[in-house]
Design a protein around this ligand. Sequence first.
Ligand code: NAD
Length: 260
Amino acid sequence: MSLFDHAFDLDRDAAVVTGAGNGIGRAVALALVGEGVRTVFADINAEKAAAAAAGAANPALAHAWTGDLADRAECDRLLADARKQLGLVTLFVHSASPPRLEQDHLLSVSDETWARMRAVNLDAGFHLGREIARSLIAEKSPGSMLYLTSLHAETPRNLPHYSSSKAGMAILVKEFARTLGRYAIRVNALVPGAIAAGGFVADPALARHIPLGRLGQADDLAAMALAVLSNRIGGYVTGTSIVVDGGLALTNWFDPPELD
Ligand SMILES: NC(=O)c1ccc[n+]([C@@H]2O[C@H](COP(=O)([O-])OP(=O)(O)OC[C@H]3O[C@@H](n4cnc5c(N)ncnc54)[C@H](O)[C@@H]3O)[C@@H](O)[C@H]2O)c1
């Protein structure tokens, strides 16, 4: 049997993907359904979540869910609805993130924008991941989680609310992995480079800084996400950050922000 056959246990595995209405989250959720995994597509945008789920290879396996994950009660509703729809959630992907706008630099970002970025990226990531882990532990089931972080967890992005929340997620992944390894729950970060995926409108000229010579696509991330989520392929991988950037991390192209 090929290593790539039966990457997932289709009787047991079920997934929740946040930010599945667009970009990388959508590509990962669609890829999971393509492998036969029952998947909840969670997003704040009802239309996008529904369209993404409807576009899945097998729409019967794809369940759209709408809610604002900046709100703790909505996170709990997602957990309850996913449990009802799928049973035990064994795979969790946290890709949701509020828009990053260039005008929100260090001297201008509002308290509200700061708090919202943190609430979705870090607070929801912590709460959802911990609750899913608690259920897995209670049922003695292995599981796998993937957090979309950023190269800007380590280098400035001129968006301090974004970079600091991604840095928080990066260490959270290590905390989760260290504690949860004993329960066969693996937790990793997936680090996109410049991915022309909706959340980031890249200048095509950026390609000259990328050793592989092109911007990334959401599907570049989806393939690696499946490999890491799969216990058959990524079963000995936990607590690490997997960079999918065509080599962009070898440079840093951002100038300091223009101040008013
Ligand atoms: N695209 C890139 O180049 C890039 C680079 C580095 C990191 N990332 C990270 O990868 C992830 C996906 O990026 P993308 O470009 O696909 O983003 P995107 O903006 O295209 O998609 C993010 C999705 O999250 C949803 N969302 C936003 N706020 C939400 C909330 N409060 N509750 C529920 N859903 C919410 C949005 O509606 C959207 O569908 C993000 O975490 C992002 O930070 C992306």
